[in-house]
Design a protein around this ligand. Structure first.
Ligand SMILES: NC(=O)c1ccc[n+]([C@@H]2O[C@H](COP(=O)([O-])OP(=O)(O)OC[C@H]3O[C@@H](n4cnc5c(N)ncnc54)[C@H](O)[C@@H]3O)[C@@H](O)[C@H]2O)c1
Length: 252
């Protein structure tokens, strides 16, 4: 069953990790995918992986912290594929690993610019396009760090908590317009983001491995499948939720 057959999905941060896996999952399930990222080389690799498999994808260079870029990203979906059905606001950076007193102020602003304002810009321009058409689904990347305090991640965690709250606002404001908004809250997922952190802070590897009650780290496709559910009609009555995908971490 191709649950997003003929849909058009825009996925930010799709050059790597969960975004790339989600782009491939949507393409495998019948969607045309707009791959948006600041990393042109990685994004082109994602596009090539999809088209080599017979799928449909196009790259648009996008810095999600720049509203003009985000508007152009949405316009690309409409120009190239004729509409927009799904937006996955996935792009984010981890920012510094430091307690608040040692956390650089400029870095804090950068984390909010990308991880929070970028999501709001995505919602704003996607909603505009979806209102002009027949609705759609928005999924955004939160994190367990947005649900509970994960020490040394204050900027990241504050942005992720705000993403969950923004998701509720979008869900309620557009519930009558055929637009659903939901978020996913992954735990620890085996991606470049986690590998970078382990490289800089080797002592955190064991902590990451022991975080989730289920053994091991999540595979990016396990998050992608949750995004597919929230972005498709399989979740037609679900809106305003943040779905944990974290091996039981938040149930403790
Ligand atoms: N990996 C995890 O354990 C984990 C856990 C919880 C939540 N998440 C969230 O999942 C999402 C994906 O994370 P990942 O682990 O795949 O990370 P990643 O670092 O592997 O990929 C992030 C992608 O976002 C892109 N990006 C960064 N800044 C950007 C910008 N300004 N504009 C456009 N693109 C930009 C990067 O180039 C990269 O391709 C993020 O929102 C992250 O916070 C990840």
């Amino acid at each position: 069953m191709n649950v997003v057959e003929n849909d058009v999905a825009v996925i930010t941060g799709a050059a790597s990790g969960i975004g790339r896996a989600t782009a491939q999952t949507f393409a495998d399930n019948g969607a045309s995918v707009v791959v948006a990222d600041v990393d042109a080389d990685g994004a082109e690799e994602t596009v090539a992986a999809i088209t080599d498999d017979g799928g449909e994808a196009t790259f648009v260079e996008t810095d999600v912290s720049d509203p003009d870029d985000v508007e152009r990203m949405i316009e690309t979906a409409i120009d190239v594929y004729g509409g927009l059905d799904v937006l996955y606001n996935n792009a984010a950076i981890e920012g510094p690993v430091a307690r608040i007193d040692e956390y650089d102020s400029d870095a804090f602003e950068q984390v909010l610019d990308i991880n929070l304002k970028g999501v709001w810009y995505g919602m704003k321009y996607a909603i505009e396009a979806m209102l002009a058409d027949d609705g759609g689904a928005i999924v955004s990347a939160s994190s367990i760090g947005g649900e509970v305090a994960v020490p040394q991640y204050s900027g990241y965690g504050a942005a992720k908590a705000a993403v969950s709250q923004l998701t509720k606002y979008a869900a309620i404001e557009y519930a009558e317009d055929g637009i659903r908004a939901n978020a996913v809250a992954p735990g620890i997922v085996r991606t470049e983001m986690i590998e970078r952190t382990i490289e800089d802070h080797p002592e955190m590897e064991a902590q990451f491995r022991d975080t989730e009650p289920m053994p091991g780290l999540a595979d990016p496709t396990e998050i992608a499948n949750a995004v597919l559910f929230l972005g498709s009609d399989l979740s037609s009555r679900v809106t305003g939720v943040t779905l944990p995908v974290e091996g039981g971490y938040l149930a403790q």
